[in-house]
Design a protein. Sequence first.
Length: 95
Amino acid sequence: MAASITHQQQDQEFTTTREGHSAELAYSLPAPGVIDFTHTYVDEPLRGKGVGEELAKAALTYARQQQLRVRTSCPFMQQYVERHPEYAELLESGD
């Protein structure tokens, strides 16, 4: 069952708590119109249960809704976007 994802705009992170454990996806806004996903952390008991993917989906949905270009400094997010080409158009171009 999917847990609720909370966007903590002031802290620049997406968070969730499940089974008493937490997970977060942190970001920065390094330039106008750009969001950089910098770090993903999932408590050990939640790993392998799709929690990171839920955070990724929520964060990328937010980026799409806000018309933000995406940077993936976080290796997890980089791999997630590579595995899900439906998000490729959100990536910041090198030009």
